[in-house]
Design a protein around this ligand. Sequence first.
Ligand code: SF4
Ligand code: SF4
Length: 172
Amino acid sequence: MRKNGQYNDGYNNPSQQEEEVKRSYLGSIAHGLATLLTGLKVTFVEFFTGKVTEEYPDNRKTLVMSDRFRGTLYMPLDENGQDKCIACGLCQMNCPNDTLHLEIDTVADEETGKKKKVMRTYRYDLGACMFCRLCVNVCPAGAIAFDTKFEHAVFNKDRLVKILNKPDDRQS
Ligand code: SF4
Ligand code: SF4
């Protein structure tokens, strides 16, 4: 309907309106193509970039894990082959998951005669660990660390419980 020489939609004549619709239609197509090409640019770049997929377990012998990977908690020995643990209990206190259970003895130091704590049993339940690394972070002696071993599957979950200060369960 016309009013004051104009149609209700503000155009002077129908052909001007059609032209505007045509322009916005073509503009939408152009915009769609531009965004499609932007997405395809990423696809093409990745297509010609070297592959990073690890073909595990076929590559088990050559697989290199990052040093920062948290595989299994273990107790590294010092240069004299001794535990670094000073039996302070901080790791157990800070573990949010009740994964660590320490049995600590109090003995008399052979040289000074003073009482001191020694670790009797350092029990670690790998099946309960959530690898937060809080225990390693709080340890003042650097007595525990994570190695990069990650193949933890067992048929009996009891085998995930390790006594870290015993030779059989020492790793790395
Ligand atoms: S990594 Fe976290 S959950 Fe696992 S033993 Fe250490 S503090 Fe506990
Ligand atoms: S492992 Fe570290 S934090 Fe835990 S009891 Fe030993 S010295 Fe303390």
